[in-house]
Design a protein around this ligand. Structure first.
Ligand code: GDP
Ligand code: GDP
Length: 457
């Protein structure tokens, strides 16, 4: 069974908005008016491969109450029962209210582990509210904006130590054929590939080219594509002669339903979001005649935040000018703009002539391999010991931070847990040192790697 996470908080802090964001659909009703009656809702949520059932408790509350009203107390009680974790949401813009404190007191009486969430934290208006939230006594709040989708991936760090094991077990049980242990060498199935990018980058042309038929309408005008979701096809690798299955997602068509001239920039991010949800490997397509823009970095970050394997293809190479300086410029801008990952696979392609496409697809399969790879615990800890010996963790106040061992808690994306003591004092720079080591020494180059620190209880 998947772990259950319940969203708790006073009215109007954004519980339903967060719920919607986590299930990725507009299931719950969001209303500006507090106290609108809503049912308790459940949905399937996923953050960076961590899967759980999310429960929205919005709707029982009485806005005027400054103490826990009986009905709310009852409902909260019921929803906490059997929950593996609770997201306690406060409003970083409004600041804390007596009811927040009342709920905090109430939650402390329960055993359910709490992850504190300071919602509406976009922009400067939320800053003081985030600080104030510390006073609730649930540790560092996860600052996010449910409405804008910012920081939601950071919930992973809070939830993983609590529900990670159960989530992994549930996933393994679901994946394993009955009566067998999970077989990590099992073939991975069709490669789920998404091609994302700004309008006019050449996504439809590329998909047509790959499929070898005119399935999607292309034209000079942005957004002319027929609706299409997943396309299964087979690609023969000219190097090995092997035939491999690919499931391609095309989201460009989703734009068609709306007014094409309106908010194109925004919609291409929304399209990318859907594609990223679906994909194992995401190809971000750039236009050689346009170069790398802020919007591209935004789409790239989105894919990485979601833990997907990302590669970049510069399209329209057939008409590129100053090819080598263009390529190097984009390489440098990517390394600068995406601090999470260095050396992302970068390709020059032409959807028009087909140049570079086989190389790109072969690399996509390779990238999925490292994204799905598991390092045996012994090998992992041999590396870990060496890494600590080469650069011991600091000793703030003369007392050394102890890092004991590391395990790989999951794959797709690769996730690691480092166990130790006094971990709160470990500088971010040391965490980065470990992440970089995992990447470069253990063969996880260019895939997003997550590391969580955990003190044994
Ligand atoms: P609930 O009563 O706790 O379920 O709150 P809702 O999800 O219904 O949200 C209450 C109001 O806050 C709505 O008007 C939302 O649009 C707004 N809201 C939710 N999340 C955010 C956010 O991250 N930032 C801002 N500025 N407003 C938000
Ligand atoms: P989408 O909006 O990302 O789906 O982009 P389209 O596939 O509709 O392509 C936009 C325009 O770029 C069309 O006029 C295509 O013919 C052109 N295009 C796409 N790929 C290439 C390429 O590799 N080389 C050149 N020269 N033009 C291309």
């Amino acid at each position: 069974m998947k772990p259950t996470v319940v969203i708790i908080g006073r009215p109007n802090v954004g519980k339903s908005t967060l719920f919607n964001r986590l299930v990725g659909k507009k299931l719950a009703l969001v209303d500006d008016q507090p106290g609108v009656t809503r049912d308790r809702r459940m949905g399937d949520a996923e953050i960076a491969g961590l899967q759980f059932t999310i429960v929205d408790t919005a709707g029982w509350e009485d806005e005027d109450a400054h103490t826990l009203p009986g009905r709310m107390r009852q409902q909260t009680e019921a929803s906490l029962e059997g929950a593996d974790a609770a997201l306690f949401v406060v409003d970083a813009r409004a600041g804390l209210t007596p009811l927040d404190n009342e709920i905090a007191r109430y939650l402390r009486e329960h055993d359910v582990p709490i992850v504190l969430v300071a919602n509406k934290a976009e922009g400067a208006a939320g800053e003081s509210g985030v600080l104030e939230a510390y006073s609730l006594g649930f540790g560092e709040p996860v600052a996010l904006s449910a409405e804008h989708g910012e920081g939601v991936a950071d919930l992973f760090g809070g939830l993983w130590p609590i529900i990670g094991e159960k989530a992994d077990a549930a996933q393994e049980a679901a994946n394993a054929p009955a009566g067998e242990d999970e077989d990590e060498d099992a073939p991975l199935g069709p490669l789920k590939l998404a091609i994302v990018g700004r309008p006019n980058a050449g996504k439809s042309t590329l998909i047509n080219r790959l499929l070898g038929e005119d399935r999607l309408l292309t034209g000079p005008e942005a957004g002319i594509t027929r609706d299409s979701i997943a396309i299964d096809w087979q690609w023969t690798d000219p190097q090995s002669g092997e035939t491999r299955d690919i499931r391609l997602i095309d989201t460009a068509g989703m734009r068609k339903k709306r007014n094409v001239t309106e908010k194109l920039e925004k919609l291409s991010v929304a399209d990318a979001r859907r594609a990223v949800d679906f994909a194992e490997v995401v190809v971000l397509l750039l236009d050689a005649t346009q170069g790398l823009e802020h919007q591209d970095l935004k789409i790239a970050s989105l894919a990485l935040e979601e833990g997907r394997a990302l590669m970049i293809a510069i399209n329209k190479w057939d008409v590129a000018e100053n090819a080598s300086s263009l390529f190097n410029g984009i390489r440098a801008a990517l390394d600068d703009g995406l601090a999470q990952v260095r050396g992302l696979p970068l390709f020059a392609v032409s959807a028009k002539t087909g140049k570079g496409l086989d190389t790109m697809l072969a690399a996509a399969f390779e990238l999925r391999e490292s994204w799905s790879k598991r390092v045996p615990t012994a090998a992992l800890n041999r590396w870990f010991d060496d890494a600590l010996a080469a650069n011991p963790p600091p000793a703030p106040g003369g007392r050394r931070i102890k890092l004991r061992y590391i395990t790989q808690a999951g794959t797709r994306p690769p996730r690691f847990v480092v166990f130790g003591t006094r971990l709160d004092d470990l500088p971010k720079s040391y965490e980065r040192y470990l992440v970089n080591g995992i990447r470069s020494k253990l063969g996880f180059d260019a895939v997003p790697v997550r590391v969580v620190l955990k003190s044994p209880k």
